[in-house]
Each structure stands twice: as structure tokens, then as C-alpha cells.
Design a protein around this ligand. Structure first.
Ligand code: LER
Ligand code: MN
Length: 275
């Protein structure tokens, strides 16, 4: 398993569960200094607007630091533009899919995946559940097929019930993924959401099996690993049992501050993985 840490560039997401907030250059250098393998980036724009990431500059920052980019979040589509993939309005749905495709294309240059989290449709979306689920499946098929050209999967994240009415458990995620026309979508298992929704986090990871593609590594209270009451022994054992070799990515509140949260997660990562 490999270590990873989140960087947010989206001011509107302040207060959210992202660890580093100090811009790409400083955040990447700090992650490298602590020995992280990769970063996950939450950005507002990928298509050349004023808040857009410069791909060439990012590449050279990552190369200089010896870091990989594991994934890019798509949630700014919701946070900034109120776009979501299950919007009842066909035009808005199509704009939401285009936004996701832009991120898949951007991420592809880095061998990284795009993550569908809050873009799946929040808890308050209108319309009936089955229709909303159908729209989500269409979008995942579209995005999963689009990502094939980059040799990476699209990543789908079940969220807790207060954030979505789509999939809240790993089992629901597995059965949705198995119904898709593409096999290029994997699950993001966020331990914070799982702590709310699953009867056993370890058993749920076993259920996820080969579908597990990314982990948000965080404690029960969404603080960095070690600062809550999550039982990590069985979780790590379950990940080993399913042969998971992807990232354990710190997506946690920057508590008590971003740098200490990053250090705490790295200490916990080393402890639990024995590295
Ligand atoms: C939101 O709760 C979350 O976990 C993020 O990873 C998805 O946008
Ligand atoms: Mn998450």
C-alpha cells in the first residue's frame, strides 16, 4: 500500500476534510518532505479558466518532488457550480458529464483517476431514487469508458446518508458497479463514511474485494488517523486479505493544523503498514 495526502485549491471548500491548503508548490514540497508517495488534488478548474491548474507546472513540481498524483476530485463541479450527474434537467446533466470528462482528460496525463464523490447527486436532489440512480449509472458508464484510453479507472465513492441518496454502503456500490456496461469503475472506500454506514468496516472491505480502487484514510471523527476511535487493525488486515495495493489517502480535517495533520497521518501510515 502507498501513502497519499489531499491538497485543496478550492476556497469554497474551506472547513472541508482536506489536509493541505497552501497551494500546489508548497503543499507538494511538504508532502515530499514527510515521505508521502502521492497527492490527491481538489481543484476548481482544469480547462484554462483563471483558477485552472497548469498541467506543465504541476508535472514539473511532481517530478522535482518525486511524487505521483493519485487522483483528482471532481467535487468542485458541485461545490462551485451546483452541477451533479443525477440532475433532473438533461442540459445540466450533460454539463456535469462534460465537467467530469474534462477532469478525466486532465488526470489522464498524470496516469491519475478522477473521483466521483459529491457529483453523484446530494441527499436533497429532486426526482425519484431509481431515476437518479439510472442517471448516475449512465454517467459512470460514460466516464469509465472515457478513462480507458488513459489506462486508469474512474473512481466512484459511496457517501454517508447525509450527503447522498445514491450508494451509501460498499455492498450497494459493488452491486451498482456490477450492473454497469463498463468494468472500468472502481470504488473509493472512505473510512469516515463507512464508519457511519457499515456494520463492519473490515467485512465491507472484503465485500468490496477487487472493486476497491482507492481509500480515504481517516479516523471516525474525520480527524487524522489515530485521533479518533476507529479500529485500524482489522481494517488493514482486510485490505491485505483482498490484496489491496493502492493508496491510503489522508482525507481528513486539517486538525489541529494542516502540517500536524499531515505528520500524524504519516506516523499512523508507517505504524499500520509497518513501513
Ligand atoms: C465527501 O464527503 C468526501 O468524502 C469526498 O471525498 C467526496 O467529495
Ligand atoms: Mn472521501
Amino acid at each position: 500500500m502507498k501513502s497519499c495526502i489531499t491538497i485543496s485549491l478550492v476556497e469554497e471548500a474551506r472547513g472541508g476534510p482536506f489536509v493541505l491548503w497552501d497551494g500546489l508548490e508548497k503543499s507538494i514540497a511538504f508532502a515530499a518532505e514527510l515521505g508521502y508517495d502521492a497527492v490527491e488534488i481538489f481543484a476548481a478548474d482544469f480547462a484554462g479558466g483563471p483558477e485552472s491548474i497548469d498541467a506543465a507546472a504541476l508535472k514539473s513540481m511532481l517530478d522535482n518532488a518525486g511524487l505521483k498524483c493519485a487522483a483528482f476530485g471532481t467535487g468542485a463541479g458541485w461545490v462551485k457550480h451546483k452541477l451533479q450527474l443525477a440532475d433532473p434537467d438533461a442540459g445540466r446533466r450533460s454539463t456535469a458529464r462534460d465537467f467530469v470528462r474534462t477532469i478525466i482528460d486532465f488526470a489522464g496525463q498524470f496516469g491519475a483517476s478522477a473521483i466521483i464523490g459529491s457529483m453523484q447527486g446530494p441527499s436533497g436532489h429532486t426526482g425519484d431514487l431509481e431515476t437518479a440512480r439510472g442517471y448516475l449509472c449512465e454517467a459512470l458508464q460514460d466516464g469509465g469508458a472515457h478513462a480507458v484510453q488513459y489506462g486508469v479507472p474512474l473512481i466512484y465513492e459511496p457517501l454517508n446518508r447525509y450527503e447522498t441518496r445514491q450508494c451509501c454502503t460498499v455492498a450497494q456500490g459493488v452491486s451498482m458497479l456490477e450492473s454497469l456496461a463498463t468494468d472500468n469503475v472502481r470504488l473509493l472506500c472512505d473510512l469516515f463514511h463507512m464508519n457511519i454506514e457499515e456494520s463492519s468496516i473490515a467485512d465491507a472491505l472484503i465485500t468490496g474485494g477487487k472493486h476497491v480502487g482507492h481509500i480515504h484514510f481517516v479516523d471516525s471523527n474525520r480527524r487524522p488517523v489515530g485521533l479518533g476511535h476507529m479500529q485500524f487493525g482489522p481494517i488493514i488486515a482486510a485490505l491485505r486479505k483482498i490484496g489491496y495495493d493502492g493508496y491510503l489517502c489522508a482525507e481528513a480535517f486539517p486538525f489541529p493544523d494542516p502540517h500536524e495533520a499531515a505528520r500524524q497521518t504519516m506516523r499512523a501510515y508507517r505504524y499500520w503498514t509497518g513501513t
